[in-house]
Design a protein around this ligand. Structure first.
Ligand code: HXC
Length: 259
């Protein structure tokens, strides 16, 4: 019998845990799961109590093994032109909250691309990253050709994409694909540590900084620096800026109000 949902959600102290749960198929991303991820994302986006979204895979063996290959097999050329998975991942990148991918086990194809769309990546030692799409006669089509190059550099991205090689968590950290790699039993602790560091910042400043990086990255330096300037002008007008600077001078912890 088909389970009610392929995505579990839970909110714990400002962290929205979005857990992919289709263990029997290594959390492969079929249309149902993608729609559920989008629904959860919309819900998290609207909830003012949510500061950080953590995307993870249930079962410990797989974050996500990519697009559902059985569904993929039936797709026609024009179906690749709809926003689909690429559109969803763009939405994740554009999300106003900070997103963290917590990767245990396989993050392959569209699963790896999902992690690449998040702001911060944490991997366990048993993580396995790869873009093996060429083995199927297709290419990484959910942002992988672009985001991987931007994150680890064109040479390394071409190597991973053209050979389809799979790298572990330690190698992923070495080449900058993830920011942290930890023992499996330390993953929750690391997620909470990173999320709590983020949550101590002012939400307005978080959004401005995140979007200045994402939007500016694809622009010429001049325009990108202008975006940075304008974003800073907005930050200068906030109560949070007054609070942050006052707290420093008064030698106390800042209490940001998202104003
Ligand atoms: C559909 C999948 C699947 C997938 C695994 N399964 N990955 N089903 N789509 N992507 C299913 C298997 O068919 C099998 O179902 C069950 O999950 C367990 O898989 P096994 O292969 O038996 O497990 P294991 O030996 O542990 O190997 C795990 C694995 C391997 C290394 C992750 O399953 C694998 O290589 N999967 C495919 C990875 C891949 O090529 N991803 C890229 C997809 S293309 P049954 O019913 O037999 O138990 C893509 C394109 C994105 O992502 C861009 C599109 C726009």
């Amino acid at each position: 019998m088909e389970p009610v949902s392929y995505v579990d959600v839970e909110i714990q102290q400002g962290i929205y845990f979005l857990t992919l749960n289709r263990i029997e198929a290594r959390n492969a991303l079929d249309a149902k799961m993608l729609a559920e991820i989008e629904g959860a994302l919309d819900e998290a986006e609207k909830n003012q109590d949510v500061k950080v979204i953590v995307v993870q895979g249930a079962g410990g063996k797989s974050f996500a093994a990519g697009a559902d290959i059985k569904q993929l097999q039936a797709r026609k050329p024009l179906e690749a032109l709809v926003p689909g998975m690429q559109g969803l991942y763009k939405k994740i990148e554009n999300c106003s909250k900070v997103t963290i991918a917590a990767v245990e086990g396989y993050a392959l194809g569209g699963g790896c691309e999902l992690a690449l769309a998040c702001d911060i990546r944490i991997a366990t030692k048993n993580a396995k990253f790869g873009l093996p799409e060429l083995n199927l006669g297709i290419i990484p089509g959910a942002g992988g050709t672009q985001r991987l190059s931007r994150i680890i550099g064109k040479g390394r991205a071409l190597d991973m994409i053209l050979t389809g090689k799979i790298i572990d968590g330690e190698e992923a950290e070495r080449i900058g694909l993830v920011s942290y790699y930890v023992e499996r039993d330390k993953l929750k602790e690391k997620i909470e540590e990173v999320a709590s560091q983020v949550m101590r910042k002012g939400p307005v400043a978080i959004q401005l900084a995140k979007h200045a990086v994402h939007k500016g990255y694809d622009l010429d330096m001049e325009t990108a620096l202008w975006i940075e300037k304008l974003s800073q002008a907005v930050a200068f007008g906030t109560e949070d800026k007054q609070e942050g600077t006052t707290a420093f001078i008064e030698k106390r912890q800042a209490e940001f109000q998202n104003k």
